[in-house]
Design a protein around this ligand. Structure first.
Ligand code: HEM
Length: 144
């Protein structure tokens, strides 16, 4: 995905502290997924060893926020929704994912405006990832 400039024109990636901040963000995110009772269902969708998926998410989020394109260099176009189709994701799973991310952002991204901008965009992405509960993306464009 392309770089996402912050309102002041500085890419969010650099603005929040680059790869070091993304590393902490992803570590805290998965630590929360590993321990919060609300996240137990989505934790169970992941492999026992979170090491590999942590590395992938670090590369993905770095690129998504305007850092070096390490994810697509390795995996090609993200096609993230397609990659998640094998996992049942409804509103409850989306909310559990966002609960983990909300706390991780609060803990690791100091700048309030940047933190809120990132959260807003992630919330949109997590909602779009739903493949249960009648996401309009699953209707093939048909009107209800
Ligand atoms: C909404 C609820 C979500 C659930 C339940 C979920 C769950 C999962 C699961 C189970 C995997 C596979 C782990 C594995 O077997 O290696 C995965 C991979 C991944 N997820 Fe999610 N996810 C969600 C949302 C998101 C969002 C919003 C993002 C991005 C901001 C994201 C980014 C990724 C990435 C980058 C991968 C690795 C993809 C690859 O293999 O290339 N996920 N997710």
């Amino acid at each position: 995905m392309s770089a996402q400039p912050a309102a002041d024109g500085i890419a969010l990636f650099a603005h929040i502290g680059g790869a070091a901040t993304i590393d902490r963000l992803v570590e805290v995110f998965y630590a929360r997924m590993d321990s919060l009772p609300e996240a137990a269902t989505i934790r169970a969708l992941h492999p026992a060893d979170l090491g590999p998926v942590k590395e992938v998410l670090k590369r993905y989020l770095g690129e998504w926020l305007g850092g070096p394109p390490l994810y697509s260099a390795e995996r090609g176009h993200p096609r993230l929704r397609q990659r998640h189709l094998g996992f049942p994701i409804g509103a409850a799973e989306r909310d559990a994912w966002l609960l983990c991310m909300r706390g991780a952002l609060d803990e690791t991204v100091a700048d309030t405006a940047a933190r809120e901008a990132i959260y807003e965009r992630m919330a949109g992405l997590a909602d779009w990832m739903r493949n249960r509960d009648g996401n309009p993306h699953d209707t093939g464009g048909a009107r209800p």
